[in-house]
Design a protein around this ligand. Structure first.
Ligand SMILES: CC(C)(COP(=O)(O)OP(=O)(O)OC[C@H]1O[C@@H](n2cnc3c(N)ncnc32)[C@H](O)[C@@H]1OP(=O)(O)O)[C@@H](O)C(=O)NCCC(=O)NCCS
Length: 178
C-alpha cells in the first residue's frame, strides 16, 4: 500500500452509528443471498465489539464525514470447523474467532487494504484483546483461497456452510502467542 494512502486512512473500532454503512457495503459486495444481514452485523458488534475493525479515510475538518470503506467482523466460537451455528452464536471465551466478513468497498479494492486490515487485526488486535483465541477462521470462495493463503491462512477444506449456490472453503490461521 502506498505511503500516501496509509497516511490518509485509519483503522479503529466501529461505532454503532456506522453499522448501516457496513450493511450498505456488505450488500454491494456479495450476491443477495450471501451478504450478512443487519441482524448478523449487529450480532458481531454486540458479541465482540473489541475486534470489530473498521477502516476509513479520514476527513480532518469533520470526523463525522470520515468515509468507512472496509471492515472485519465476527464472533467467538468453540474449537473445530465452522458451522452454521458458529455464524449465529457467540461463546465469550471461545478459542476460535470466526470471521463473518472481511470486506472492502469496491472503489478501494486492489490497494492492499484487506491485506493490511488482516495484518492489524490478527497481529495486534486479536492477540491482545482476545488472548485465549488460538485461531481465526473464515469461509471464502475458491478464487479467494490464494488471497487468504498469501495473508497467512491455510486451507482447511470445503465448508459445510451454505451461502448461495456455490461451494465455500474454510481457511484457518493460528494466532501467535504473545
Ligand atoms: C476479498 C477482498 C476483501 C480483497 O480486498 P482488497 O483490499 O482488494 O485486497 P488487497 O488489495 O489487500 O489484496 C492484496 C493482494 O491480494 C490479491 N487479491 C485480492 N483479491 C484477490 C482474489 N480474489 N484472488 C486472488 N488474489 C487476490 C491482490 O491482487 C493483492 O496482491 P498484490 O499485493 O500482489 O497486488 C475484496 O475483494 C472484497 O471485499 N470482496 C468482497 C467480500 C468478500 O468476498 N470477502 C471474502 C470472504 S469473507
Amino acid at each position: 500500500m502506498s505511503l500516501a494512502l496509509k497516511k490518509s486512512i485509519i483503522m479503529r473500532l466501529i461505532f454503532d452509528y456506522e453499522l448501516d454503512k457496513v450493511a450498505a457495503i456488505e450488500k454491494k459486495s456479495y450476491p443477495i443471498n450471501e451478504a450478512l444481514s443487519m441482524e448478523t452485523i449487529a450480532h458481531c458488534e454486540k458479541s465482540a465489539p473489541e475486534v470489530f475493525l473498521a477502516a476509513m479515510k479520514i476527513n480532518d475538518s469533520n470526523p463525522e464525514h470520515n468515509t468507512l470503506f472496509g471492515y472485519i467482523c465476527g464472533s467467538l466460537c468453540a474449537a473445530g470447523s465452522l458451522t452454521e451455528e458458529s455464524m449465529h452464536t457467540h461463546q465469550p471465551n471461545g478459542e476460535v474467532y470466526c470471521i463473518h466478513s472481511v470486506c472492502v468497498d469496491e472503489k478501494y479494492r486492489g490497494k492492499g487494504i484487506a491485506e493490511w486490515m488482516l495484518q492489524v487485526h490478527g497481529g495486534e488486535w486479536l492477540p491482545f484483546l482476545q488472548p485465549q483465541v488460538k485461531s481465526r477462521n473464515l469461509i471464502c470462495k475458491q478464487e479467494q483461497i490464494s488471497f487468504f493463503q498469501s495473508a497467512g491462512f491455510e486451507l482447511v477444506g470445503a465448508s459445510e456452510i451454505k451461502r448461495g449456490a456455490r461451494q465455500w472453503y474454510e481457511m484457518r490461521q493460528e494466532m501467535r502467542r504473545r
